[in-house]
Design a protein around this ligand. Sequence first.
Ligand code: BDR
Ligand code: CA
Length: 313
Amino acid sequence: MKKIMLDVDTGIDDALGILLALRCGEVELLGISTVNGNVSVDTATANTCKILDLAKNNTVPVIRGAHAPLMRKPVFEHRVHGQDGLGGALKEVIPSTERIRKDSFGPDFLIEQVQKYPGEITLVATGPLTNVALAISKYPAIVHELKELVIMGGVVRGFGNVTPTAEYNMFVDPEAAKLVLGAGFPKLRLVGLDVTRRALLTDEHIRSMGDSPLAEYVAASTADYMLRYYERNGVQACAMHDPLAVAAAIWPKLLTSERYYVDVETKSELCDGQTVCDFQNRLQRAPNVDVCLEVDAEQFLARFVNALSQTEQ
Ligand code: BDR
Ligand code: CA
């Protein structure tokens, strides 16, 4: 079993990433820290608890993290994820909150777990990188003690999804993203829009999950998300950004990456949050990131559907 921790801003696709980790049967999920992003950190925490309840899990702890980016104001993404962050699917549900570790803070919990299992944990961050940046600032050795950091964020060859150049997670806290990318992680993989936009979940995939409360939830939470994707792209589907990052940690061979120097813009009116990838080594800096550029999307989606079709374990 792979030891994994998730750092999430639980919106629709974060939730699907959590479900993938829980249901794939290959992961020991040590904990989930939450961060301000798509929704407030309190809503992200409540949503995470709702998803764990839905999956009938009562072992994974949830730890509330940063309530705002390092230096900027929050920028919520209700436009995409709905007012509640889960496309309205679990709006009336009251989560059980006993699993929230009220005595801890997201970045501290990350540090604690890495100290407990040095060299063993893969951290998958699918929200703004505020918690990860705070953990590095408090405990710089985390960079060498994590087995790997997988980040859903950025785009190096295409357009942004919140500004013309920036992907949402990078845009919300670019100072944190810059700190994390520049921290010297020996193994840091970036799963950006370059690949996540090719991993599209359709109604057909959802139908093939069969009849179960989980399949019903996936259909309900993605319905509006798919409509908005359709309005913009003319395709009835939704991009599986965060689940693909989780899959990258579980099944690394689904993606192909190349190693480059990547930095994040923080001082530009138009380009803040842009991930700048030095493909031609113009800056002559040591490569710091494995940038995912290809994905076997069909295989990923098949594995995702299969995992979510599994009954409780
Ligand atoms: C990322 O932004 C968020 O809205 C999603 O949850 C995902 O993590 C995609 O750009
Ligand atoms: Ca997210």
